[in-house]
Design a protein. Structure first.
Length: 62
């Protein structure tokens, strides 16, 4: 999961606005199992907030 998140952040970090950076910080604090499930379209233990970061991550091609 670290490689996936690392490539994701590296691709988008320079294009994000302040609000997106705050959302990214929250997003990166979600545990790996739930991020993996979210990325692969599986159920998560809680609903992940829908925002620009979660949309970018969901559509990110590793």
């Amino acid at each position: 999961m670290d490689k996936l998140l690392g490539k994701f952040v590296k691709k988008y970090i320079n294009d994000l606005q302040k609000e997106d950076l705050i959302d990214l910080d929250k997003f990166l604090n979600i545990d790996d199992a739930n991020l993996y499930n979210f990325y692969n379209g599986f159920d998560t233990e809680f609903e992940i907030e829908k925002n620009n970061i979660s949309l970018l991550f969901k559509n990110f091609k590793y």
